[in-house]
Design a protein around this ligand. Sequence first.
Ligand SMILES: N[C@@H](CCC(=O)N[C@@H](CS)C(=O)NCC(=O)O)C(=O)O
Length: 217
Amino acid sequence: MTIELYVFPPSPRAFNVMAVANHLGVDHVLRMVDLRKGEQKTPQYAALNPNMRMPTLKDGDYVLWEANAITQYLAARRPESGLLPSDERARLDVVRWQFWDLAHWLPACAVFAFEYVAKPLVLGIGEPDMTEIAKGVEPFDRVATVLNGQLKGKKFVTGDTLTLADFALGSAMNLAEMAHYPIAPYGEIKRWHASLMALPAWQRTLAQAAIPTANAA
Ligand SMILES: N[C@@H](CCC(=O)N[C@@H](CS)C(=O)NCC(=O)O)C(=O)O
């Protein structure tokens, strides 16, 4: 049975699960959920994911939503990869950063991604709101300081081994330039993201995630 990943590829949350599947070489097919067309709200999709959000994984009769749960499911197919360590403390370190991603990092990045990328380029619903962007700088600095500090002296987020934490947190960084994240002071984050960009699976996923413009909708 081939795993199906329901995704809107330009979204960082979609990138997270697609990149993990690509990196692990887990057999899968992508099912497009076009958020611009409201496909997440069709009864068929809502039956899979009552949140009417993507991503969702379907493996035969088994359905799983929440991007960071999906990447854990994928990593469990390839335990030897080390993306989700078996040692309890090492595993919880990875899981801790996956929670932090959802609670703190993604919301801080989302302000910029929505105003500079989603609104004008993907959804075609207007120009960036500078008041919202100004309000987003302090929360961004707060979380970027934490991540930058964590990365000091480490190749990856939890140490010298690539894990699911890197996929989760690194996905939002793909939009850093286009979304004008105030990332300039955070050299460790930039160095770390550049190393993720060098992964073959990261490049392959970027090609799959190219942003369709609003006009092409
Ligand atoms: N906590 C969920 C969030 C999923 C989510 O918010 N997905 C957004 C795109 S990033 C979505 O599908 N939005 C469609 C909508 O709100 O209608 C996860 O991490 O998977």
